[in-house]
Design a protein around this ligand. Structure first.
Ligand SMILES: Cc1cc2nc3c(=O)[nH]c(=O)nc-3n(C[C@H](O)[C@H](O)[C@H](O)COP(=O)(O)OP(=O)(O)OC[C@H]3O[C@@H](n4cnc5c(N)ncnc54)[C@H](O)[C@@H]3O)c2cc1C
Length: 434
């Protein structure tokens, strides 16, 4: 049985892994060189703690307030585009308590499955990426955030997760450099983190060793469809570097093109409400002061990930079409937030250099990474067969959780394609819901 996967990010490669493992002849078509997608420069979190979908009560009103602040972590690029308006209305409608309550269990189950599968990859002799299971701590400075996060910890415990509420002294025992006005934190102990760049560099090699064909510079531009089935896939041949393979008669086509998925789905006559959510990250290689634990600074919505010799800082969600503009004040907002929680960063030459805004502006391209999170209209991923195309499987819409849900999504793709019972319930992820 032949499967063609479109997109070589974490979702496409994970699907390739499990389809190949279950006996499929797999080809991955990737428009780029596999090095330039959202799966690379992200924060590397595997986050069972993130069981609240993006579409949740309060997010829309908070988002509107933030839109008027240049340095805020959230922004919707105003536009009269029909796709943005339709996505926005659906998102608004989905942002209810009931949706949050219904989504938590399926999300946690897939997050935990995915984390265990990723840990198993790390233990395989062919992979060697940095992977640490020491949780993630959410820090807060205000009473409002403390109340929200403590409630989150309570719900997490009900879902079977380990979430420890820490007071001022306890957080300082774990992370001595925290400012005295950081009130406390919640330590989500099931979370883990890895170095995504290394994982994404190693996965293609592992897949190729197992017989998966990976074609770079293979941009899908059309489908030939008959009687509700994709018969062949058309590739762009205008670029001299283009792959010329034209996959014929695939038994299964997996759409894993992240933020570009609506356009490709449309080529097959399918509708997928999804918007790109741009985020930035900056990595510095020789920080003097290393954090002990990955953390999220809740008021600023800034995340920090420490690896053995590197540290990454990331944030922002800019909803709007794919573009390569860097909104500099937002990057500045991220960097300014860090010393407000961890003042020692101001004494670190590597951080000071990074936070030298004038210099940073000139070197933006090298220093600032950005990627586009594929944000579905209700904050839940789309995993399942398409509405009108029998052999098209949709695997996208993972928003801020693509790395956390990657391996688990790949496993579900293989299980559903093989008509097997799934490891976790998939109803909440059905793309036919729109
Ligand atoms: C700042 C930031 C921090 C983040 N941190 C985390 C984190 O800590 N943990 C976490 O779980 N998630 C995190 N995320 C989210 C995560 O990175 C994404 O959810 C995930 O990378 C999406 O993976 P994907 O495979 O769906 O898409 P992508 O990685 O974008 O891959 C899609 C691929 O499809 C290819 N493609 C597009 N069109 C075509 C075409 N026509 N033909 C062929 N190929 C095509 C693209 O070139 C691309 O390689 C973060 C995101 C950002 C921006």
């Amino acid at each position: 049985m032949k499967a063609t996967i479109i997109g070589g990010g974490i979702i496409g490669l994970s699907a390739a892994y499990y389809l190949n493992e279950s006996g499929w002849d797999v080809t991955v078509l990737e428009r780029g060189d596999l090095m330039d997608n959202c799966s690379f420069g992200n924060m590397g979190y595997l986050s069972p703690s993130h069981f609240v979908p993006l579409a949740a009560p309060g997010i829309v009103s908070q988002g509107i307030l933030w839109m008027f602040r240049q340095k805020s972590p959230f922004y919707v690029r105003p536009s009269l585009r029909w796709d943005l308006m339709d996505w926005g209305l659906k998102f608004l409608r989905a942002s209810t308590r009931r949706h949050v309550e219904r989504s938590a269990r399926p999300l946690v189950d897939l997050l935990l499955l995915s984390k265990n599968l990723t840990a198993a990859w790390q233990q395989s002799s062919l992979m060697n990426f940095e992977y640490t299971e020491n949780g993630c701590i959410m820090y807060y400075q205000t009473l409002k955030k403390e109340k929200e996060e403590v409630e989150n910890a309570r719900v997490a415990a009900d879902l079977g997760l380990k979430a420890e509420v820490l007071d001022r002294e306890q957080i300082r025992a774990l992370e001595p450099d925290l400012r005295p006005d950081v009130r406390g934190g919640v330590w989500f102990k099931d979370d883990a983190h890895l170095h995504p760049n290394t994982l994404m560099q190693q996965l293609p090699g592992l897949l190729e060793q197992r017989g998966v064909k990976i074609l770079k510079n293979a941009e899908v531009v059309g489908f030939q469809k008959e009687k509700g089935k994709i018969l062949s896939i058309e590739l762009d041949t205008s670029n001299p570097k283009s792959a010329i393979h034209n996959p014929q008669s695939p038994d299964l086509v997996v759409l894993a093109t992240g933020s570009w998925s609506p356009q490709i789905a449309r080529l097959a006559g399918e509708y997928l409400p999804l918007m790109p959510g741009k985020g930035y990250s900056m990595t510095f290689d020789t920080p003097r002061q290393l954090l002990r634990y990955p953390c999220i600074l809740l008021e600023a919505k800034v995340a920090l990930t420490p690896w053995a010799r590197r540290l990454r800082i990331g944030s922002t969600m800019e909803i709007g079409p794919v573009n390569d503009r860097i909104l500099f004040p937002r990057v500045q907002g991220i960097l300014e937030a860090v010393p407000k929680f961890l003042p020692g960063f101001n004494d670190d030459p590597a951080f000071r250099e990074l936070a030298d805004f004038e210099k940073l502006k000139k070197q933006m391209r090298e220093k600032i990474w950005f990627g586009f999170r594929p944000v579905s209209a209700d904050g839940m991923p789309y995993i399942g067969f398409a509405k009108k195309t029998d052999n098209l499987f949709i695997a996208t819409g993972h928003a801020m959780l693509g790395l956390s849900l990657g391996a688990g999504t790949g496993k579900l793709v293989a299980e559903m394609a093989n008509g097997k019972p799934t490891s976790v319930s998939v109803e909440a992820f059905d793309p036919k819901r729109y």
